[in-house]
Design a protein around this ligand. Structure first.
Ligand SMILES: [Zn+2]
Ligand SMILES: [Zn+2]
Length: 502
């Protein structure tokens, strides 16, 4: 009974609290999501970094060099992809990062987002991302973000290459994020990471990881393919998943690292008499211990280089010659360019270009005539999709130059015109020819021709009479034979005979 009473008390105590919580959540207005379908929409995130955004299309970012921006909102990629993200500089924001001794460094960051705080990114893909940054300051880079604090990144994938050349002390490069704390779930990184330390004066703190370079995070159900290259004069902390797993002075607690798969290798050189050379398949160095740590699978190669004469890079040919193969886009898939070294076979893909249909010829739906517009369509020859449907105006057929036979009025032949000697004339007529005609005779001494086409036989012989219409569309020729008529022959013979007789 006592037990029952206490249960009832607990129930009564909980009821109003639960009711209040329900009422509160019902009153909280649904977050408005700004839809983004193009590059301008992405650029506008900078104007409201606290906003909530929903991608409604794949976006080609090739036309800009992206300037990293801070972000504190929600970005729902809805499975869409940002192609050709290109980053060449750090963002304006600085935050404090700490090394393994909690020494603070004012640090700059680069990535799609420079600094993410209490942000959520879900279902977003980056394909063909290229980050190449040289920094004089302490610097962390990642293709999605340079820095994150209390962020959640779920169901995102990142494919691309990142290179950091650093002249300062504290620096790192992560496939998805550079430095920080938060959650990664069901993410995928397929990345080539290159770090080059140009500071030979001090022993740098350098970090590299397929998901995160340095920090404390939940990482669950992620898949990493990493090719890492790390030339460091100092301390390296390299991991297939996370370079250094450490809370770094942040107010976050130990987290889970489980059910991840890591494939690839990191080649590194550590120039440091006080050698540490951390490089492990999952967590390079664990300075904080993950609460749950299990079921992480890896096929990972730690490739430490002891003799060093040049920066470690994926391409080691002195003068590499690349064969470029263009993979055409299809109706639905993006195309891209594959670059492959003819000698060593090193290759990468970039220059992604959007899906394209293959338009066919115009197909007439309703033919146009002199009084009505017609309707026509173009379909894709591959998938049959209707690409264009439009009204079109009637166009009279193009006139073409024609040769029209010349006839002589009242005569049977169109070939040869008989004209009697001297003073006799025949009218010529070009059938169907339009507009004024110009008549000429090749030998006006045999036969001349009037502007109206009347031919005059002048003496015995043959010549050609030609005509051309003023618009050039009609032209033709007519052979003309000029000869004596029977009575003219008779007269000539009679006259010669009489002259001979006298
Ligand atoms: Zn090569
Ligand atoms: Zn198509």
């Amino acid at each position: 009974m006592k037990k029952l009473l206490s249960l009832l008390l607990v129930f009564l105590f909980l009821l109003p609290a639960g009711g209040a919580a329900l009422a509160e959540s019902a009153e909280t207005p649904a977050k408005d999501f700004v839809e983004i379908s193009d590059l301008d929409g992405l650029l506008a995130i900078a104007d409201d970094p606290d906003g909530n955004y929903l991608l409604t299309a794949d976006i080609d970012m090739a036309s800009v060099i992206w300037q990293p921006i801070p972000f504190r909102g929600t970005l729902d990629g809805a499975g869409h992809t940002l192609y050709n993200l290109k980053i060449e500089s750090v963002g304006a924001e600085t935050r404090v990062t700490r090394d393994g001794n909690l020494i603070p460094y004012d640090t700059v960051f680069a990535g799609l987002f420079s600094v993410m705080e209490e942000a959520t990114v879900i279902d977003l893909k980056l394909v063909g991302a290229e980050l190449s940054v040289e920094s004089e300051e302490h610097c962390f880079v990642g293709l999605l973000a340079g820095y994150m604090y209390r962020c959640s990144i779920q169901g995102c994938s990142v494919q691309g290459r990142a290179r950091l050349i650093n002249h300062a002390v504290q620096s790192g490069i992560g496939g998805i994020v550079g430095y920080g704390a938060g959650d990664f779930g069901y993410c995928r990184a397929d990345v080539e990471l290159i770090f080059e330390d140009r500071n030979l004066e001090s022993r740098c703190e350098q970090f590299m990881g397929g998901i995160l370079a340095c920090g404390l995070v939940n990482i669950e159900d992620c898949i990493v393919h990493i090719q890492g290259y790390d030339s460091c004069h100092g301390y390296v902390h390299n991991g297939g998943l996370v370079g250094m797993y450490y809370y770094c002075g942040m107010d976050v607690h130990s987290q889970s690292v489980r059910r991840n798969e890591i494939y690839g290798q990191i080649s590194f050189f550590e120039d440091n008499p006080n050698r540490r050379a951390y490089c492990e398949p999952t967590l390079g160095e664990e300075m904080s211990v993950p609460g749950n740590y299990y079921s992480n699978e890896s096929e990972f190669e730690r490739n430490e280089v002891f003799t060093y004469d040049k920066v470690l890079l994926p391409e080691q040919c002195e003068e590499p010659e690349y064969r470029i193969t263009l993979v055409s886009p299809t109706c639905e898939e993006w195309g891209y360019a594959v670059h492959e070294c003819k000698t060593c076979g090193y290759s990468w893909a970039d220059s992604y270009f959007p899906p394209q249909h293959t338009p066919g010829e115009w197909e007439i739906v309703t033919p146009a005539d002199e009084t009505h517009e017609g309707v026509r369509e173009k379909h894709c020859t591959l998938c049959g999709e209707l690409l264009t449907r439009e009204n079109y105006a009637y166009e009279p057929p193009e006139p073409q130059a024609t040769e029209i036979p010349v006839t002589v009025r009242g005569a049977d032949t169109t070939e040869t015109l008989g004209v009697v000697f001297r003073g006799s004339a025949q009218a010529m007529h070009a059938q169907d020819a339009t507009g004024p005609l110009t008549w000429t005779s090749d030998d006006p001494a045999i036969a001349s021709v009037d502007p109206d086409g009347t031919i005059h036989g002048l003496r015995h012989g043959e010549t050609t009479v030609r005509y051309e219409s003023e618009d050039g569309l009609f032209h033709g020729v007519c052979r003309v034979s000029v000869y004596y008529s029977f009575w003219q022959w008779f007269l000539i013979v009679f006259c010669f005979g009489w002259l001979w007789y006298v």
